[in-house]
Design a protein around this ligand. Structure first.
Ligand SMILES: Cc1cc2nc3c(=O)[nH]c(=O)nc-3n(C[C@H](O)[C@H](O)[C@H](O)COP(=O)(O)O)c2cc1C
Length: 326
């Protein structure tokens, strides 16, 4: 049964995409959101994203194909690529060749990326943290913007909370605005839609899902985390990110402390070379969550169990239903 209609949810429409629920799963780099998580979210009525960060172009192509094979007829799959990475253009072009439903770019924007999307008739969405950048993205050709507040997981573009920035972005642009950062419940969804968002993007809650591509030790770190376990770290990308404290964050929190880089592949356009952010994320993705970086959103402490994606989305819809006026 199609719930979206019964719940009187406003329809999220970006390009050709009209998902059953206005929920996008955030792209999560270095192996966290691959075909497993993305296809589960698409099959549950949301929009799934494969992160192209930290995998090769061939691996990314293989995950796009695998996800497309496992989704039912109306599921949508996009790819997240980071402008800050040297392989940005190559990954974006490969995603276009694989005919993904959309491309979402983080950590910067370029005029070219919207042109490539337009030529291929593939919507390009930008992640922004201010009304100014949202306006610029719209002018350059973005089909939608994701506005990310400081509560988000991954690298952060602002120190302001989502619900402070969201009304400013909604007022500044005509394209759909997707709210991201600290969205965990149906109440949060209702709040974002009331302010004028067309949908939400969620990362942290989907990490602790059965289908997430991260190892069990990474998901357990999420379930066990309390608020006092969180720490802000500055990575070699030059941005702050929120992580769960461990041996690795103890080391990089010491000012000017360097960590030997095993083999630099110069993945970033601008790197501080204090340690290797890519390697540190790969270490935790390989299961060692003490000696690698474990990014997480501000509300990770609210997660009490690992659940199937379908249950996470159903719970959100039930909460949404109970807190809106019919
Ligand atoms: C572990 C983790 C890794 C992430 N990696 C990326 C990434 O590689 N690129 C990106 O644009 N956003 C990344 N994000 C941000 C998510 O796509 C999403 O916007 C954000 O997590 C939303 O906030 P929430 O986690 O509070 O739901 C990451 C988030 C997490 C939790």
């Amino acid at each position: 049964m199609k719930w979206g209609f019964l719940l009187k949810l406003p329809e999220l429409k970006i390009g050709h995409m009209t998902p059953e629920f206005p929920i996008i799963q955030g792209g999560m780099g270095v192996g966290i959101s691959l075909s497993g998580l993305a296809s589960a979210v698409a099959n549950a009525g949301g929009i799934g994203i494969i992160s192209g960060t930290g995998i090769t172009v061939d691996e990314m192509r293989a995950h796009i194909r695998k996800a497309k094979e496992s989704i039912k007829d109306s599921g949508y799959i996009g790819v997240n690529v980071l402008f800050a990475m040297n392989d940005f253009a190559e990954k974006m072009k490969a995603a276009i060749e694989e005919r993904v439903d959309f491309i979402i770019s983080g950590a910067g924007i370029s005029r070219d990326m919207y042109t490539w999307g337009k030529e291929a008739n593939i919507p390009v969405i930008s992640i922004v943290s201010s009304a100014k950048l949202a306006k610029l993205s719209e002018r350059l050709g973005a089909s939608a913007v994701v506005v990310e507040g400081n509560e988000a997981g991954g690298h952060l573009g602002t120190d302001r909370p989502l619900f402070d920035i969201l009304p400013e972005v909604v007022a500044a642009v005509q394209i759909p605005v997707i709210a991201a950062g600290g969205i965990m419940t149906g109440k949060d969804l209702a709040h974002a839609l009331k302010i004028g968002a067309s949908g939400v993007q969620m990362g942290t809650r989907f990490v602790a899902s059965t289908e997430c591509d991260a190892p069990l030790s990474f998901k357990k770190k999420y379930v066990d985390a309390s608020q006092k376990d969180m720490i802000m770290v500055k990575t070699t990308v030059g941005l702050q990110g929120r992580a769960i404290k461990n041996k690795f964050t103890d080391i990089i929190s010491i000012p000017d402390q360097k960590v030997k880089i095993k083999k630099c592949i110069d993945c970033l356009k601008n790197c501080s070379y204090r340690f290797c952010t890519l390697d540190s994320l790969k270490i935790s993705m390989n299961g060692d969550c003490e000696n690698g970086l474990v990014f997480a959103g501000a509300r990770v402490n609210e997660i009490k169990e690992i659940l199937p994606v379908k249950t996470i989305i159903n719970n959100i819809m039930m909460e949404y239903k109970s807190c809106i006026d019919f």
